[in-house]
Design a protein around this ligand. Structure first.
Ligand code: NDP
Length: 270
């Protein structure tokens, strides 16, 4: 029987994950079926159990279920524990439910693919929500020298920075207190979704500075347009989406797909 995988979210209609995993399966010759499941907001666990009863082996989990997936998993990876969220579920051979998160490694792989400054870099992370929390440890592991978390709600930035204080030079502040220049500025707020730009000071980037927006769209986001005006190189989050998917695929199938062809294909379809 074909192994079944899915992405769970609410809403889930616009997810690119089925497209990405179908392409990975075709490329690698892995016989899997991958669908999108809109779980009821109040019953993620029930939707997961129904999926397993119908032959489900693993899943990606997106908004708003990453915390529910974290709670449901019987065995958590260290990186999922640190992120406080699970975006990848898999049934082990032992019958246990394993939870992991691949968002952080996805971001770092995409940054590496774009030759972003990482080792020794001064990094500014905008936003203190789930996406920010999931990428802090992978960025520190990639060797960044310092990480400033800036957020609209300052207390959330400070609390998030405190969580990682023993792992590296991490501090939290409000947008008003941001003091550049930075080698890398990552927008992990959802402001771009509404076409908003966090209030940022000019002279934010070093000469080789790079701006990264976790959001992606056919046109550059308002943040990336602003960064380009400041002279920074800019990259959106489409590659992060593809790289986190590739890591999930590897966790499930122990086969690593080539992400390069997918980058071009998905970009052309935006
Ligand atoms: P959360 O809802 O957990 O956090 C949202 C964050 O954005 C908070 O820090 C919030 O600040 C801030 N924010 C929202 N609106 C504004 C605004 N108008 N101005 C300034 N700050 C604002 O979201 P996530 O962390 O889960 O996701 C953040 C973004 O990252 C989303 O756009 C999401 O699509 C993207 N993402 C992309 C991925 C990819 O693979 N490319 C993977 C995961 C996420 P406050 O605390 O003050 O409310």
């Amino acid at each position: 029987m074909t192994d079944r995988y899915a992405v769970f979210g609410h809403p889930i209609g616009h997810s690119k994950s089925p497209r990405i995993h179908a392409a990975f399966a075709e490329q690698t010759g892995e016989a899997i079926a991958y669908t999108a499941i809109e779980a009821p907001v109040a019953d993620f666990a029930g939707a997961w159990r129904a999926f397993v009863a119908a032959g489900g082996r693993g899943a990606n989990v997106t908004v708003p279920f990453k915390q529910e997936a974290f709670a449901l998993a019987e065995v958590l990876s260290p990186r999922a524990r640190l992120a406080g969220a699970v975006n990848t579920l898999m049934l082990g051979r032992d019958g246990k439910l394993y939870g992991d998160t691949t968002d952080g490694v996805g971001l770092v792989r995409d940054l590496e693919a774009h030759a972003a400054p990482l080792a020794g870099a001064r990094v500014l992370l905008l936003g203190a929500g789930g996406a920010s929390r999931g990428v802090i440890e992978p960025l520190l592991e990639a060797g960044v020298a310092s990480l400033t978390v800036a957020n609209r709600t300052v207390a959330k930035a400070e609390a998030l920075a405190a969580l990682f204080a023993d792992k590296g030079e991490v501090s939290g502040c409000g947008f008003d207190d941001v003091a550049g220049p930075f080698d890398l500025v990552i927008n992990a707020t959802s402001a771009s979704l509404a076409g908003d730009l966090p209030p940022l000071p000019a002279a934010l980037f070093t000469a080789e500075g790079l701006a990264y927006d976790m959001m992606y769209a056919a046109e550059p986001t308002v943040f990336l347009r602003w960064a380009a005006e400041q002279g920074a190189r800019s990259v959106d989050g489409l590659g992060m989406l593809i790289e986190q998917a590739a890591e999930s695929f590897w966790l499930w199938r122990q086969v690593r797909p080539d992400t390069v062809p997918l980058r071009e294909l998905l970009r052309s379809e935006l």
